[in-house]
Design a protein around this ligand. Sequence first.
Ligand SMILES: [Zn+2]
Length: 169
Amino acid sequence: MDAIDPHEWARTGRQTHGTLPLAGMERLRELLESGAGEVEVTLAGQVLAGGRPVLTGSASCEVAVRCRRCLEPFTLRLEAPIRLGVLRDDAELARLPDGYEPLICPVDQELSLTQLVEDELLLALPDHPHHADGACGPSAVPAQQAGKRQPFAALASLRKNDPPGGHHD
Ligand SMILES: [Zn+2]
């Protein structure tokens, strides 16, 4: 049951908490190394003061991407907050509550929950995913494969911190 009616969800305060397969999100999958995995989704409808319907929740998942710096695959955690103001058409944009993105959907029309979640995850996915600074290369090898001590680890521990108490005139 992937179709939701956002206006009805808001009006009745419906909510859900479940998982959606990444495999069903083709636009997102094209950007990933693998389509395996599931997206954890929470979504709840409510009507704010002034009769403004909204959907709030979150979508999170782990995706396999390739680091643009060292070209090694790694797992990236995506966390996408969902804050959507449900509007019937463009003319209602002025009614969009602060801090919400517009979700334009005519009354009594259903839309795909999978596509809605996919849109949010696409926004959360960085254009150029990469390891955290300093995490590329040997130190990115998973623990079970890193049987030997990493020579760079010793070097890293010799690096000095910035001198304390730097001055700014
Ligand atoms: Zn890297």
